[in-house]
Structure formats: structure tokens, C-alpha cells
Write a protein that binds this ligand. Structure first.
Ligand SMILES: C[S@@+](CC[C@H](N)C(=O)[O-])C[C@H]1O[C@@H](n2cnc3c(N)ncnc32)[C@H](O)[C@@H]1O
Length: 275
């Protein structure tokens, strides 16, 4: 039984980081490809109203999107993300999830597959995205979907964004990376939370030992190590992207987001590196 509801967290600092990088990479891939086969393994419902029992509970979006909504700096990744979010949510009454963002920036040459296991979230996803014709919503386990349904000889853009409410998700990410050769033609973006810096270092060191080579890791700490509660930050694994400019762009982005989103003075610096 899944109890996680993304509505409690939508628009928080982790969504901001993930969605900025998702948009940036999708547009980068689209520059070189007429069509993209995109898979969101953990889609959520695609649209989160600010006035709702979920978003109002902890108001996490106040420490995420609301901190950069009026951004006047010159980072082009942040500016592009904000302009897309504003176009999707014209009245600014909801925060769009990843399926909604990608549906809006894709075109009819692209085919989008959205996996969501939770029945209620799946029903809402179908309703929220009903105007799009290039999408397929699937009420299934996203890990099983990519494992069983993907053809090894084809290229995909895959977002893997589990909730990590169960420890199994870390094991599944590790297993996925152990089999990464199967996906050598695909572009992959994986999100993960930083709950404790010590556990996170072990997770990353374990991944580093696998010696993948084509894996960029971005980590954005938001809270000081002394804070007892909640997520301390989040990270991304970016796999099979060769463009050199990515590292430079992500370094500039993480520095800017760190400045705007960090919640204490003594927060660790962000990291962007090849593992
Ligand atoms: C972090 S949320 C996704 C947020 C979304 N990607 C976004 O950025 O807007 C994770 C979602 O995955 C769903 N979920 C959990 N386990 C799953 C699985 N094995 N396969 C597919 N969906 C799953 C949860 O119900 C939840 O809606």
C-alpha cells in the first residue's frame, strides 16, 4: 500500500531543482532529435493546486518555487523554467508536475509514457492531462515498465523519480545502474533525496565504485547538517549525456539555487561532478 502523495511536497526545493534540470536536458536532447520517446517512471498526478489540503499542510512550496518565482538574475536555466511554469499555470493557482511540464514543451513528434502505480493519482493524472494527444498514461510499476517493455536498441529519455518512501527504491536504483549498459542509447535523469549527509555519502560512494563513467552527479544541500527534521537537500544523477557545456551550466545553476534556496547560513556547498 503506497501512502506517499506528492501533493504534500509539490513545488518544494527538490521539485524546483529537478524540474529546472529536466527542462534543460529535454530541450538539449530535442535540439539533436526530431522526436523523443520519453518515459516518466514515477509520474505523480501532474498538477498540484496551492489551495488544497495537501499543499497547504506543510507549505513546502514556500521554501521552493515561491523563493525564486520573482527571480531577476540572469541564469538562463532558471529563467526558462519560470517562463514555462508561468505559461502552464497562467493564473498561478497550481504547480505543474513533471508530466504536465514535459507534455507542454514536447511536440507531436514526441511520444510520452507516464507510469503511475497509485490508483487515485493515476486517475487524476488522466484527468489533468486529457488535452494532450501524444501521451500514454500507464497504471503500472515504472521500474518494471522500463525493465520489461523497453527495447535495448532504441533510445529513450527516462526520468526516474521515486518517492523513496520504501528502502526498496534505493535497491532498485542500484540494480538499475548495475544494468546501465542495457540503456546505453538512452538519456537518463534520476532524482534522490538527501536525508542524512552520512547515508548520502555512502550511497554516492557505492555508485562511484561501479565505475560507470558517464554519470554526472549534482547535489544541492538546502539545510544545515545540524537540522534534525526533513530533507537536507536533494541530488540528481545524469547519465549518458556527452555535451561538455552541461557541467558548466549545472555548476552555475547549483550556485544560484544554493544562494536563493538555502535555509541556514552553514549549509554545505553544492557539488557537480562526474562520479
Ligand atoms: C516523487 S512523486 C513523482 C513526482 C513527479 N515525477 C513530478 O516531478 O512531478 C513519486 C510518484 O510515484 C508513485 N509511485 C511510487 N512507486 C511507484 C512505482 N513503483 N511505479 C510507478 N509509480 C510509483 C507515487 O504514487 C508518486 O505519485
Amino acid at each position: 500500500m503506497l501512502s506517499y502523495k506528492h501533493g504534500f511536497h509539490a513545488g518544494n526545493h527538490a521539485d524546483v531543482l529537478k524540474h529546472i534540470v529536466l527542462i534543460y536536458l529535454y530541450i538539449l536532447v530535442k535540439k539533436h532529435n526530431k522526436s523523443i520517446s520519453y518515459i516518466d517512471t514515477h509520474s505523480g498526478n501532474g498538477l498540484y493546486k496551492y489551495i488544497s489540503k495537501y499543499m497547504e499542510k506543510n507549505k513546502e512550496y514556500k521554501y521552493g518555487i515561491k523563493k525564486i518565482e520573482k527571480y531577476t538574475g540572469d541564469n538562463k536555466l532558471i529563467k526558462n523554467y519560470l517562463s514555462i511554469i508561468k505559461t502552464i499555470s497562467k493564473k498561478n493557482n497550481f504547480y505543474p508536475g513533471s508530466p504536465s511540464i514535459i507534455s507542454n514543451i514536447s511536440d507531436n513528434n514526441d511520444k510520452l509514457y507516464f507510469c503511475e502505480l497509485h490508483n487515485n493519482e493515476f486517475d487524476s493524472l488522466k484527468k489533468n492531462l486529457k488535452k494532450f494527444t501524444n501521451i500514454k498514461n500507464i497504471n503500472t510499476d515504472g521500474f518494471e515498465f522500463i525493465e520489461k517493455k523497453l527495447r535495448n536498441d532504441r533510445s529513450y529519455f527516462i526520468l526516474i523519480d521515486p518517492s523513496y518512501e520504501i528502502k526498496d527504491d534505493y535497491i532498485k536504483i542500484n540494480n538499475f545502474i548495475d544494468n546501465i549498459e542495457k540503456y546505453e542509447k538512452s538519456k537518463i535523469l534520476i532524482w534522490y533525496p538527501i536525508l542524512s549527509f552520512e547515508d548520502n555519502d555512502r550511497f554516492i560512494e557505492n555508485l562511484r565504485k561501479k565505475g560507470i563513467g558517464k554519470m554526472i552527479n549534482l547535489e544541492l544541500p538546502i539545510k544545515s547538517n545540524k537540522e534534525e527534521m526533513g530533507m537536507k537537500g536533494s541530488g540528481l544523477l545524469i547519465i549518458n549525456f556527452k555535451e561538455k557545456i552541461i557541467l558548466r551550466d549545472l555548476k552555475a545553476l547549483s550556485k544560484e539555487l544554493h544562494f536563493y534556496l538555502k535555509q541556514n547560513d552553514d549549509v554545505y556547498n553544492p557539488k557537480v561532478r562526474y562520479l
